[in-house]
Ligand binder design. Structure first.
Ligand SMILES: [Zn+2]
Length: 418
């Protein structure tokens, strides 16, 4: 059953933004727009387009469909400049978000009656709705927030949660933090680590490091503020994140350069594009997420039939080195295979402003504690980057502790200022 036709009817009736946009594409009725199979013919939506329609009179934007009274919650995104983007939800939208997030998180294997410690500072941000999902699953939720590792460790030691939810960067940081204090997370009560908020949790070498250090299963979840909190969640098979928001959200892939719709088949990759199917407050159609993903449609051993994705990085972070697309997270993954000689922290330092780079691409690789810089290691990393990612890099080995740690999200690229 496709909710698309009904959603399109709603957009044409209520959304000034989409009436205009679809009208410009020659579509004035849901019938003309067609069904889900033909969604690729409809225009894409860029975040900047929506943002451009917000005004002091309508700070949310022209895609707003619900009345003031009909809105139950307004989240905002952490805009780096100027005013944030506002994300309104009706009561029903919020409920769907929580249902989708609950499906995503329960895929990890956490179950009612268990305790989960969370580290997100939900506040104004969309992650708050993901936290409501824990209650929906029947978990006992211990929110400790970000930036207080002492408090987090204490909650783990004293309250003995079975699960912890944090960013992959913070999960890695915790291992170093604990090691410096002679603590061993492998002996803690935590058996499942749920990571979200940035790509990385699904990279095999990085995941292996987290699983080893925590003595726990690591699964990842992913959402995007404009569309839904935790849309995707990985199951215990660890072969990509299932679409927990199935039925609420439609997923497709496009070629990020041409914008052309790609066939959704097992093993396909491209930029993830999402459409609301049952949204009311400010629904989005064919929204470009800027997330570059691999997608699988083959049946999963867990029995779930929803498609699965793994995020290889943000297209915003992507660099093109002499025609080859390079994601900093992929560079980190290759570097991580040199553990235990490397710490796992890297920083790509593009020399040219913008996306296009002339080789070699400078990469700083941090050594593990008490490991000395050797030319051979730098050479081996450089060689493996070339053979795996087809990128010519220059590798600078830097001492342990010299790259910045994060209790939230890691910065993998240091862009030149223009
Ligand atoms: Zn599965």
């Amino acid at each position: 059953m496709s909710g698309l036709r009904e959603q399109l009817g709603y957009l044409l009736e209520r959304s000034a933004f989409y009436r205009e946009k679809l009208g410009a594409a020659g579509i004035s009725s849901a019938e003309e727009a067609g069904g889900l199979e033909e969604i690729g013919r409809l225009p894409l939506t860029e975040k900047s387009e929506i943002k451009a329609t917000s005004s002091p009179e309508n700070p949310i934007g022209k895609h707003l469909c619900a009345s003031r009274r009909g809105i139950a919650r307004i989240y905002s995104t952490s805009g780096t400049t100027g005013t944030p983007s506002y994300i309104p939800l009706t009561k029903g939208d919020l409920d769907n978000w929580i249902t989708g997030s609950a499906r995503s998180y329960s895929a990890s294997g956490v179950s009612a009656g268990e305790r989960i410690v969370s580290t997100y500072n939900a506040g104004p941000f969309v992650a708050g709705a993901a936290l409501d999902a824990f209650e929906r699953i029947g978990l006992s939720h211990i929110p400790v927030g970000t930036g207080n590792t002492e408090r987090l460790m204490l909650a783990i030691e004293l309250l003995e949660p079975e699960a912890a939810v944090l960013t992959p960067s913070y999960a890695a940081y915790m291992l170093e933090w604990a090691a410096e204090r002679g603590k061993d997370l492998r002996t803690s009560s935590v058996r499942r680590v749920l990571v979200a908020g940035e790509p990385g949790g699904g990279e095999p070498a990085f995941r292996a490091k987290l699983e080893e250090g925590w003595g726990a299963t690591v699964t990842e979840a992913m959402g995007i503020g404009d569309i839904g909190a935790s849309l995707w969640g990985e199951c215990e098979q660890q072969e990509g994140m299932h679409l927990g928001a199935r039925g609420f959200v439609h997923a497709e892939l496009i070629d990020p350069e041409s914008g052309r719709a790609l066939e959704v088949s097992d093993g396909a990759s491209g930029e993830l594009v999402l459409s609301h199917l049952q949204h009311r407050a400010a629904p989005l159609l064919r929204f470009r997420t800027r997330d570059h993903v691999e997608l699988w449609t083959s049946p999963c051993a867990c029995g779930r039939t929803s498609p699965r994705v793994r995020c290889s990085g943000r297209t915003d972070d992507m660099l093109i080195v002499r025609g080859v697309n390079v994601f900093p997270s992929a560079v980190r993954e290759v570097v991580n295979t040199f553990a235990p000689k490397v710490s796992g922290h890297i920083l790509v330092r593009p020399r040219d402003p913008g996306v296009k780079q002339e080789p070699p691409l400078p990469v700083a690789v941090e050594l593990a504690q008490d490991v000395a810089a050797e030319d051979e290691l730098a050479q081996a990393i450089k060689e493996k980057l070339r053979s795996t990612l087809v990128v010519q890099a220059s590798v600078e080995l830097v001492p342990w502790g010299s790259l910045q740690r994060s209790e939230y999200k890691s910065k993998l690229v240091e862009h030149q200022h223009r």
